[in-house]
Design a protein around this ligand. Structure first.
Ligand code: ATP
Length: 195
């Protein structure tokens, strides 16, 4: 089984591309979604987060106050490191189990917004970068999240420039208006030939 990473800057179209791979029966591990789930369902993680950030980061119904947590970590590197130190090992453990459950597949995809930044790409066999021009990404995210340009730029500012990611990627899917289905089909066959 090949482990293939799929990444790209905010609004590049990772989720959209993964949805196409999913129709081909390829299992997708979405690291950000799994982390969100773990932060609510894994009691040991919940306890550590409450101890670190205060119990107010959880609502009474057990869901997480993402706005408050983002405010705490967005501009505070130390707090962000603490958050990652609590959540990342639990996600890693979850991911290992998931790989074991899916080992009968020829390849699986692991989707994450930060992959080159975190170094997690080194554990993968290949990586795919979904690439779209910055202006297109800004427009798409403004529309999707109903936020202004400044808010999108602030999030983009935290990510590695796409030019750097292009150097590290094994495969690139362009999403400036090119056909995603054609590119995914072609790449699917290329990956199958590597297995
Ligand atoms: P994020 O990192 O912010 O989660 P993402 O990389 O997963 O983003 P998507 O959510 O797939 O990106 O795409 C961003 C937005 O752009 C979505 O609203 C999606 O529907 C839209 N979008 C993606 N690709 C295209 C396309 N080719 N044409 C038009 N809209 C698109």
């Amino acid at each position: 089984m090949l482990r293939i990473g799929i990444t790209g800057g905010i609004g590049s179209g990772k989720t959209t591309v993964c949805a196409i791979f999913s129709t081909l029966g390829i299992p997708i591990y979405n690291s950000d979604e799994r982390a969100k789930k773990i932060m609510v369902e894994n009691q040991s993680v919940v306890n550590k987060l409450k101890a670190q950030f205060g119990s107010t980061i959880y609502f009474e119904d057990g869901s997480i106050n993402r706005v408050l947590l983002s405010q705490i970590v967005f501009n505070d590197k130390e707090q962000l490191t603490k958050l990652n130190e609590i959540v990342h090992p639990a996600v890693f453990e979850d991911m290992i189990k998931w790989y074991a459950q899916n080992q009968n597949h020829k390849y699986v995809l692991q989707e994450a917004a930060i992959m080159y930044e975190s170094g997690s790409y080194k554990m993968l066999d290949k990586t795919i970068l979904v690439y779209a021009d910055q202006e297109i990404r800004i427009e798409r995210v403004m529309k999707r999240d109903k936020v202004d340009r400044i808010a999108v730029l602030a999030r983009m500012d935290k990510q590695m420039p796409e030019s750097e990611k292009l150097k590290l990627a094994d495969f690139v899917i362009y999403n400036n208006g090119e056909s995603l289905i054609d590119q995914v089909m072609k790449l699917h066959h290329t990956i199958l030939e590597l297995v």
